[in-house]
Design a protein around this ligand. Structure first.
Ligand SMILES: Cc1cc2nc3c(=O)[nH]c(=O)nc-3n(C[C@H](O)[C@H](O)[C@H](O)COP(=O)(O)OP(=O)(O)OC[C@H]3O[C@@H](n4cnc5c(N)ncnc54)[C@H](O)[C@@H]3O)c2cc1C
Length: 380
């Protein structure tokens, strides 16, 4: 097995699988596949997850958490995705994300309520192609005056605040670099100009900032640290996306195996045809290699080394593999797989966004080579 887990993590994986089978799957039976998950069900998952201890795995100890290391988190995230159960996003408690080092008012007003579950933040990075100028902020005394736009803010319609990347300049026009700034959703001058949903079903908004005033204390970290702050947690997030991708592959392999063994109208199960076996072999080979990369990188993360290039390689490979594996699964299952409501139809929609979120594949390729040629980073 590419994961090659120690005994202690194998036991946790068995507990996680039991949690899926005995808690999540029965709860998911009560909800229609296309409807939003009702609040009452989300709360049941949350309570059960607290009882089982999974809720605390993404939370720091000072908030009562029991944070898991990279290998354990990767294994759990892959296990959730391999269940293909729509309730798994509600299992882990909220993590601090880029607010992790917040102190003073920032901690009191944002980090603490986020960790209690009383507030929720969104992330504003992407800007429209039509933007005349990237979002900018002028320092005026103890405040920042912000103007600009963010075009793809997931969960922005219900978020209490958005952490936005801005270019800062001093009052005399000198540049002060980039900064990540917390902007309250209800601050004067914040407007949602469009609400939309993407192929896999998640909801987003496009936001405009017109003379929005925020205290200088709402800058996360220091002025000039915007880009490193925005990307500070990105390795963890890319590992999360990678584990989601290989988990999807695991579910698909089992699903296709059942299909290949089942009776077929021709009288011979599809799995008896060599041509079909070759396609299924490729799906298994690619999944095996992707999982090998995933678990190798999860272990590298735990060494504390600079593994930016390795997480890039893993994210690109795992998400592109999942795209090919799910595409081939649709091909082998045939037209039924594209009927609305079929699990492969849904996965086919879900997997597409993984090659764009947290770094579009080709941009990551460019960064990986930059890391090698210019910074001498990255292993093979
Ligand atoms: C489901 C979903 C959720 C998202 N959530 C958020 C969110 O919460 N917050 C947020 O800020 N953003 C979010 N995004 C936006 C996402 O981060 C961007 O879509 C992604 O970073 C790509 O940027 P872009 O769409 O502007 O495409 P572009 O940057 O315009 O790139 C489009 C394509 O052009 C090519 N390309 C671009 N530049 C180069 C280059 N230099 N060399 C070679 N090829 C190049 C690549 O093929 C690339 O895929 C989300 C997107 C999706 C799909």
């Amino acid at each position: 097995m590419p994961d090659n887990l120690p005994e202690s993590l194998i036991a946790i994986r068995e507990d996680a699988q039991q949690f899926v089978d005995e808690v999540l799957v029965p709860l998911a039976k009560d909800i229609d596949n296309e409807d939003p998950v009702p609040q009452a069900i989300q709360e049941k998952v949350l309570r059960a997850s607290k009882d089982a201890g999974f809720f605390y795995k993404t939370q720091p100890t000072e908030y009562g958490g029991n944070p898991a290391g990279s290998l354990e988190l990767t294994m759990l995230r892959e296990t959730w995705a391999a269940s293909n159960c729509r309730l798994t996003p509600y299992v882990f408690g909220p993590g601090p994300g880029m607010l992790h080092a917040a102190e003073g008012d920032m901690k009191k007003n944002y980090l603490d309520p986020v960790m209690r579950g009383d507030k929720r933040g969104a992330f504003g990075f992407t800007e429209p192609d039509t933007a005349k100028r990237p979002t900018w902020a002028k320092i005026e005394g103890e405040t920042l005056l912000i103007n600009g736009q963010k075009s793809y803010v997931t969960g922005g319609a219900t978020a209490d605040f958005v952490s936005a990347l801005v270019n800062v300049e001093h009052e005399d026009g000198r540049k002060a670099g980039t900064a990540m700034v917390i902007i309250d959703s209800d601050a004067a001058g914040v407007k949602i100009d469009r609400e939309f949903s993407s192929l896999e079903g998640s909801g987003h908004v496009s936001m405009v900032f017109e003379d929005v005033r925020v205290p200088l204390g709402n800058v996360i970290g220091k002025l000039g640290e915007g880009m490193p702050r925005a990307l500070g947690n990105i390795g963890n997030v890319r590992m999360m996306v990678s584990a989601q991708a290989t988990g999807m592959c695991m579910w698909v392999l089992d699903f296709v195996e059942q299909h290949l063994l089942a009776p077929h109208r021709t009288g011979t199960p599809l799995g008896e045809r060599e041509g079909v076996r070759i396609r299924y072999a490729d799906m298994r080979i690619e999944t095996y290699v992707a999982r090998s990369a995933l678990y190798r990188t999860a272990r590298l993360v735990e060494t504390g080394d600079n593994i930016v290039n390795e997480t890039i390689a893993t994210k690109v490979f795992c998400t592109e593999t999942a795209g090919r594996v799910i595409d081939m699964a649709v091909q082998l299952v045939g037209g039924q797989a594209l009927v609305r409501g079929h699990p492969l139809e849904k996965l086919y929609r879900q997997v597409r966004s993984l090659r764009l979120v947290e770094g579009a594949s080709d941009l990551l390729r460019i960064n990986l080579v930059k890391g090698k040629l210019e910074l001498k980073k990255g292993k093979v």
